[in-house]
Design a protein around this ligand. Structure first.
Ligand code: ZN
Length: 466
């Protein structure tokens, strides 16, 4: 992509610098940039070769040890003015990215010669990249327009568009963010407006500064939700259609995020690898801490009835246990969220802890207790075969119950999701004895014997770090 100039680096921090004889001068006229193109690389005049102009050059940024300045001057021999589109179509490399970035800054300076409050003249702030009004002190910072690029996917195909105006090659759905809208809401709105499609599973991919249009682009992938029939907005688009990976015709240049997203979809044959949606690779790995607890004592515990998915209430003792658990959690510190089984005994326990800690509760169906089928609500003393049935890990409990493997599947999936969604956080799962036992096997190896003898007391707390 245009900004991928490694091992070179753009340093755009604001500095007060004066041009040196070999400083690179970016000169614009009527939206065109002064350059000479040689073998696909744009070159720009040096300070020493420019005729003196009335105004002081403005420092823009550096690329490695080369400094770039904004200047207004006449074209020296060998240089001519190019549109940004001409430059984009004919060039690659770090100087093209420098030209895009310089153009963005040039446009911002050009658009802000006068104060929007009092019409006074604007001058350069000497401490940061800003313009400040001589008359009233009003300050203006660089303007960047946020926009989204959206790869909409359905049945192994991606939605390819062509714009009615402007760029002539294949593109994805794109649009500007409105004030008061999140990027994700913008994705959903733009796709709906341009193609009539509803979308789900919106996932951020990557971003790109696009100075030519003074944008920052945020790329997202998502899936069509429900019907994939396209109702194209003909005022915006010339075409919109679903393309299989092998049908995708890429853009002639590899500058854009749009092209990179189309290419990724093509090269992975439509199976986008999940790791592309992970946070930036240079982000420090985060430790996630997941605590498990079993609800407080219930009326069915006291009566020694089997309580799988059967709802029952906490006893007074159970409420006291939950209060003690809350105190232990408060002492432990750091719990930011409770994920809770939907069953009442777990919910009540979670509420008592949540109130003490002042943290939110999220309910997750997958943390409900093992469904014991026809053993539900039976007195343990009258079901001598219950223990044996629990050890048959691949056999479903009679009358609509679950097997242990089924229980393990949903509990493991739930823990996987907690790790993904709440990475770096400390989460307390309030659930049940059977669920806690399976959770233990997620984090630690257990022999069959240790597994059958595992016991979690009411409101006992176990902690796992990943
Ligand atoms: Zn003013």
């Amino acid at each position: 992509m245009i900004q991928d100039i490694l091992p070179s680096r753009l340093n755009n921090s604001w500095q007060t610098k004066k041009p040196q004889p070999d400083s690179i001068m970016m000169c614009f006229r009527g939206g065109r940039i002064l350059a000479a193109i040689e073998n696909g690389t744009p070159h720009f005049p040096r300070y020493q070769t420019l005729a003196a102009s009335g105004s002081e050059p403005v420092y823009l940024f550096s690329v490695d040890d080369e400094c770039f300045f904004l200047s207004e001057t006449e074209a020296p021999d060998g240089f001519q003015y190019y549109t940004m589109r001409e430059l984009r179509d004919q060039c690659t490399g770090k100087y093209l990215f420098a030209a895009f970035t310089a153009f963005h800054l040039h446009q911002w300076y050009a658009d802000n010669r006068f104060c929007g409050i009092c019409r006074g003249g604007m001058e350069h702030d000497d401490r940061e990249r800003a313009l400040i009004c001589r008359e009233c002190g009003h300050k203006v910072y660089p303007r960047i327009n946020p926009a989204v690029i959206v790869g909409v996917i359905s049945k192994g195909r991606i939605l390819i568009t062509r714009y009615r105006r402007g760029y002539a090659h294949n593109a994805l759905v794109a649009g500007f963010t409105e004030i008061g809208e999140t990027l994700e809401a913008c994705v959903a709105r733009e796709v709906m407006e341009e193609t009539g499609l509803r979308v789900r599973n919106i996932r951020y991919y990557q971003s790109q500064p696009w100075g030519m249009a003074q944008d920052i682009l945020a790329g997202f992938f998502c899936e069509a939700d429900g019907s994939d029939e396209i109702r194209m907005d003909a005022s915006e688009l010339k075409s919109a259609c679903w393309c299989r990976p092998d049908e995708i015709e890429l853009q002639p240049q590899q500058h854009s995020l749009t092209n990179e997203m189309m290419q990724l979809f093509r090269d992975t044959n439509g199976c986008l690898p999940p790791e592309i949606f992970k946070p930036a690779a240079d982000a420090a790995p985060q430790k996630t801490c997941i605590c498990f607890t079993r609800h407080g004592e219930t009326t069915m515990n006291v009566a020694d009835h089997i309580s799988g998915i059967t709802d029952c209430e906490l006893t007074e003792n159970g409420i006291r246990q939950a209060e003690q658990l809350a105190a232990v959690c408060a002492e432990r510190r750091g719990i930011e969220l409770i994920v809770c089984s939907p069953l009442r005994r777990a919910r009540k326990t979670a509420e008592i802890v949540a109130e003490t800690l002042g943290v939110p509760i999220v309910t997750d169906e997958r943390l409900r207790e093992w469904n014991y089928g026809s053993y539900e609500d039976q007195p343990r003393s009258e079901t001598p075969d219950f223990q044996a049935a629990k050890r048959e890990f691949g056999v479903r409990m009679k009358d609509g119950g679950e097997s242990l493997l089924q229980l393990a599947h949903r509990v493991y999936c739930c823990i996987d999701d907690i790790r993904k969604q709440y990475a770096g956080m400390t989460v307390l799962c309030v659930c049940h004895g059977g669920v806690c036992r399976v959770a233990e096997t997620y984090f630690r190896d257990m022999s069959t014997d240790a597994f059958s003898h595992f016991f979690m007391g009411n409101c006992e707390l176990r902690e796992y770090e990943i």
